[in-house]
Design a protein around this ligand. Structure first.
Ligand SMILES: Nc1nc2c(ncn2[C@@H]2O[C@H](COP(=O)(O)OP(=O)(O)OP(=O)(O)O)[C@@H](O)[C@H]2O)c(=O)[nH]1
Length: 190
């Protein structure tokens, strides 16, 4: 391709400096809106955790990194016990509060490098990267302790309990995070 020595005049640079600045500001605003749109589509509005779509994207990156580095990974999945009962007896707003509390505990309870998300309803997941054979009993106890503290402080008339399941990432059996989720959902009876 020939490169001309003349100054390059495109549509962007054709106006006055003021018009150019406005055009650039407009472009920046549009880019920001696009980014917000992408972020919103990947985030659960209630808990602000990644939703299923966001979790799949982020966890897939984590899993690929583990695959490349020959590191293990574990998927943990959680379901709040008797969640429908909380909604039924205390109202949906209280149900929302229970979901947000649990999301908060998960966010604090795991490492920053772990990927957590809310799949749907009262089902949450965490991909623990670089860990295998994790002690789910110890994890459950740690999360329960944090929940108990919140339950005691809040005097809400109910406790937040949960069940937990675990699937070890096996690169020979799982090609993607989606396959891990399918196994998790089978275990949850979905
Ligand atoms: N408050 C609230 N409820 C929700 C929300 N999303 C889904 N639900 C309710 O959550 C319930 C599904 O929760 P799950 O825990 O997946 O259902 P489940 O395992 O059959 O419930 P349990 O048998 O009570 O443990 C349904 O009754 C939904 O109406 C939400 O964002 N807020």
């Amino acid at each position: 391709m020939l490169i001309s020595g003349k100054p390059h005049t495109t549509g962007v640079c054709a106006g006055t400096p003021q018009q150019e600045r406005e055009l650039l500001r407009d472009l920046a605003r549009k880019a920001e809106q696009e980014l917000i749109g992408v972020q919103m589509a990947s985030m659960d509005e209630l808990t602000l955790l990644p939703n299923r779509h966001g979790f799949l994207a982020l966890a897939q990156l984590g899993l690929e990194a583990c695959g490349q580095l020959g590191r293990p990974a574990t998927l943990l999945f959680f379901n709040l016990d008797d969640f429908k009962r909380i909604n039924y007896l205390f109202g949906r707003t209280e149900g929302d509060h229970a979901l947000k509390t649990f999301a908060d505990v998960l966010s604090i309870g795991f490492r920053e490098s772990d990927v957590i998300g809310r799949l749907e309803g009262a089902t949450f997941v965490a991909l623990l990267t670089g860990s295998c054979g994790v002690d789910v009993t110890a994890i459950k106890a740690r999360l329960e302790e944090m929940l108990d503290e919140r339950n005691t402080m809040a005097h809400r008339g109910y406790g937040i309990g949960f069940s937990i399941g675990q699937i070890e990432y096996d690169p020979t059996a799982h090609d993607s995070v989606e396959e891990l989720l399918v196994e998790a959902e089978k275990a949850l009876g979905r």
